[in-house]
Design a protein around this ligand. Structure first.
Ligand SMILES: *Cc1c(COP(=O)(O)O)cnc(C)c1O
Length: 355
């Protein structure tokens, strides 16, 4: 607290990111990073960009990246917005599109940055509880609202919502923006991008942090009707004209264009996930169905916080949320096959099974 703060600052509840510890030989399965690394073509493109041109400002609108995204998803560049990480894209969306007199409808258990942005931008909101299976029931969204935000697959549960359900939601709420945060869609979900030309109220948000393994570069983008994009551009151009630097733009374009690397690494994550789910189920864990690069699991006989601490002592980090309804779950990011095997080995000691 300081008397120098603007009044709103003491009201904020800032987001707390997963730990980035400086321990060596750590198996880091706590922040949903991709274990396979970025496209080698993206790395080469970034290296080529390190030259005297860095004295010049980057393209303020990131046109080459908008073009690459538009080509990849069958859109026009005017249907694409780019930003410094999808967290920034989401922030601009809260500011530009989700703040209305009626409350924003948001799940009680979802990406915890959403309530944080609500407090920053003073967006009135209603929390909609997940159903008994920890899934989103779109019928629960049939209530007065100014806009809707959904993470698909949801976080931290990993459960996907079928495209038909997203479409029903869009049809039932034609007067409200429906923002679908698809941070994890490439690991097995069905993207709503194909609906953009038919639903002017749909905004789909993607990130290069997960499926394109570039969390360190900070790139995100939104896709939707040109009017939604224009609203985002107006806020962005009132905030920071140059959110993406030259190196990031070059790397992002090359990453989007390297379809082969993208497909191969996503398939590897999915394969490792299926193996890990099978091993953990055999150890007695209940694992929610996941279409993400992480799983959400609990053990009926072992306390989640205790397990997380015991794993930590074995230099394996997973994420535990001390929150109602989910405090018996662990969120485990999918690592390499070796990392997943080390996790299973540690769990075999911690939750021994009767032979
Ligand atoms: C990781 C994540 C993001 C943020 O991605 P960045 O592009 O790294 O800011 C957004 N939404 C969800 C649901 C996420 O899990």
């Amino acid at each position: 607290m300081s008397k120098f703060w603007s009044p709103i600052v003491s009201e904020l509840t800032p987001y707390v990111p997963g730990e980035q510890p400086k321990i060596t030989n750590l198996i880091k399965l706590n922040t949903n990073e991709n274990p396979f690394g970025p496209s080698p073509k993206a790395l080469a493109a970034m290296q080529a960009e390190i030259n005297d041109n860095l004295r010049l400002y980057p393209d303020p609108s990131g046109d080459k990246l908008k073009h690459a995204v538009a080509t990849r998803y069958g859109l026009t560049p005017a249907q694409v917005f780019v930003g410094n990480g999808s967290d920034e894209v989401l922030a601009h969306a809260f500011h530009a599109l989700l703040k209305h007199e009626q409350p924003l409808l948001v799940a009680d258990i979802t990406y915890s940055f959403y309530p944080t942005y609500c407090s920053l931008y003073q967006v009135p909101h209603t929390l909609i509880p997940l159903d008994a299976n920890m899934g989103i029931n779109i019928d629960d969204y049939d209530q007065p609202g100014g806009a809707i935000i959904i993470a698909n697959p949801n976080a931290p549960t990993g459960t996907p919502l079928p495209l038909s359900q997203i479409e029903t939601l869009l049809q039932r709420h034609p007067e409200q923006v429906v923002l679908v945060d698809e941070a994890y869609i490439d690991f097995g979900g069905e993207s709503a991008v194909t609906l953009i030309d038919r639903y002017p109220n749909l905004l789909v948000v993607h990130t290069l942090s997960k499926s394109r393994s570039l969390a360190g570069l900070r790139i995100g983008y939104a896709m939707g009707h040109v009017d939604l994009i224009e609203g985002l551009e107006r806020v962005k151009n009132s905030f920071n004209s140059y959110p993406l630097d030259r190196i990031a733009l070059a790397g992002a374009v090359a990453a989007i264009e390297d379809e082969a690397w993208f497909q191969h690494t996503c398939q590897s994550v999915i394969a490792n996930r299926e193996t890990l789910v099978a091993s953990m189920t055999a150890l007695g864990f209940a694992v929610l169905p996941s279409a993400a690069n992480f799983i959400f699991a609990r053990h009926p006989e072992h306390d989640a916080a205790t397990l997380a601490q015991a794993l930590r002592e074995r230099a394996i980090l997973v994420r535990h949320f001390k929150k109602p309804r989910i405090d018996q779950y662990l969120r485990i990011s999918i690592g390499t096959a070796e990392e997943c095997a080390a996790l299973v080995c540690a769990l075999q000691e911690l939750v021994p099974q009767a032979a």
